[in-house]
Ligand binder design. Structure first.
Ligand code: GLC
Length: 475
């Protein structure tokens, strides 16, 4: 099948979070299954394109009172997958992937997609849209009378592209808005995501547990009724990771390479990480690592509430890498100053350091409030770090508590500081039994978190969407 992915992020061209890893690694996995994959994303100013790039398309769009020129440049992913970059200086002349004007920027972006597909002569069998930035595409396809089946994947329901009445009117969206698809379907709320949920042929999200969680008021962020209405066409497919890219045996960013038969070499990474973090270098102290966007979703509040206790009641060191809300940067920075020889915080996005954390820490912490899938715990396990996670979304699907038999980590249920502390304490105790701990590391490193199974599930979804649209056309 010829499949076109449309997204705001794709690694390594443009990345803020896990969305970027998934769009490109899933595209590669599907390509390796024999499909023809294409990607389309905005051209942010620091994406370079090969010199003398001949545009695959040029259009002018009348948008919010202005004529905007758009051209389609081409580059590639791993030299195998063509990537089409939608270029317009006014909206995407910035280095930043996300700015304060995202509603307008991604409205514009999604609006250009059908015309650019035609101009470039792409003729995809499937259009696969990722997250709210592309959620209007099924609507635009409908308006353009293009009969290609659309898939919409929710990577995070918390970001919906919500707007007010004024934007609704001024942007022209009010005149095309799809209110419902049948008399019984709930009204979509004023955000991009609701249109994707209503109009895409098939909906997916990134883990089975999250797929059922989002049908409840606790996790549905106001869209639970609409999702419930479409629940027959909603599927949860767990994300994989690119197991060539994330391989401790070959990872060039690590201080020492190792595999499940040489886990003792891993200590070289731990010592290097302790040094880099300015913490005492001692292999016997349990080292907790975290690589995360520093947002409310990720449970940073639980960590802040727990710091004094963890310092008093464990011997553990803590290394955190990530960026996000200013407020968290400041409070975590203060904690690191207060406990210099126990806590180290790097406010940055740094792939090299991230790998050293995966390959050097003993315990990997993800106390998320909600987690559609989560990739950190998968990478951590592949690198032999034992996860401590909250039982939610993809974390619940991939990490089972050790007490449940055949477990692979430490899991807590309720989003409270005391439950998290208890799970960390249990992990610390286990760490001191090094024989068993090393066996657990070896066990986890051999688990399969590749795309193998999940890419096939997407393939089934595509086939289903094609059959559905054929049936619809016959009716
Ligand atoms: C978002 C979600 C995360 C998921 C990722 C890729 O970043 O928060 O849980 O793993 O998308 O699907």
């Amino acid at each position: 099948m010829k499949v076109l992915f449309v997204a705001a992020e794709a690694f390594p061209l443009a990345k803020v979070g896990g969305l970027a890893d998934v769009t490109s690694s899933l595209a590669i996995a599907l390509h390796d299954l024999g499909h023809e994959l294409h990607l389309m994303l905005p051209r942010y100013s620091d994406i370079t394109v090969p010199a003398q790039n001949v545009p695959k398309g040029n259009i002018t769009v009348n948008f919010m009172g202005n004529y905007e020129p758009v051209s389609l440049k081409v580059t590639s992913l791993k030299k195998r997958i063509p990537v089409y970059l939608v270029e317009n200086d006014h909206y995407f002349g910035t280095k930043e992937i996300y700015t304060r004007d995202d509603l307008e920027r991604f409205l514009f972006f999604s609006l250009t997609v059908p015309a650019l597909i035609s101009q470039a002569g792409l003729h995809p069998d499937i259009i696969h849209c990722h997250d709210w930035h592309t959620a209007l595409i099924p609507l635009w396809l409908k308006k353009a009378k293009m009969k290609v089946p659309s898939i919409f994947t929710i990577h995070n329901l918390a970001y919906q592209g919500s707007f007010d009445q004024q934007f609704f009117l001024e942007s022209g969206l009010s005149s095309v808005w799809q209110k419902s698809i049948s008399p019984s379907s709930p009204e979509p709320s004023l955000n991009f995501m609701s249109q994707g949920i209503l109009l895409a042929d098939i909906l997916t999200t990134v883990s089975p547990t999250y797929a059922s969680e989002i049908l409840t008021p606790q996790y549905g962020v106001g869209l639970e009724h609409l999702l419930d209405y479409r629940s027959k066409e909603l599927f949860g497919i767990i994300n994989g990771i690119d197991s060539d890219e994330y391989n401790p045996a070959t990872d060039l960013y690590l201080e020492r390479n190792y595999d499940s038969s040489t886990v003792e070499r891993r200590v070289g990474n731990k010592l290097a990480l302790q040094k880099k973090a300015g913490l005492p270098q001692n292999p016997d102290i349990p080292l907790i690592g975290m690589v995360s966007r520093l947002e409310e979703q990720k449970g940073i509040d639980l960590i802040l509430q727990s710091i004094d206790r963890l310092i008093a009641q464990t011997r553990a060191q803590l290394v955190i890498l990530g960026e996000g809300r200013e407020h968290y940067h400041r409070l975590l920075g203060e904690a690191a100053l207060k406990y210099r020889d126990r806590i180290s915080v790097f406010v940055a996005r740094d792939e090299r350091l991230a790998r050293l954390i995966y390959g050097g820490c003993d315990i990997f912490l993800m106390p998320s409030r909600f987690e559609p899938c989560g990739l950190g715990q998968l990478i951590a396990m592949r690198y032999g770090a034992i996860p401590v996670v909250r039982h939610t979304g993809g974390l619940a699907d991939t990490v089972k508590d050790l007490t449940d038999g055949n477990g692979n980590g430490f899991v807590f249920q309720d989003f409270t500081a005391s439950e998290m502390q208890e799970a960390i304490k249990r992990a610390e105790e286990s760490f001191y039994h090094q024989m068993d701990w090393k066996n657990l590391m070896r066990h986890n490193m051999k688990l399969d978190f590749s795309w193998r199974t999940s890419a096939r599930k997407y393939q089934e979804i595509y086939l289903r969407a094609r059959t559905m649209s054929r049936v619809q056309q016959l009716q």
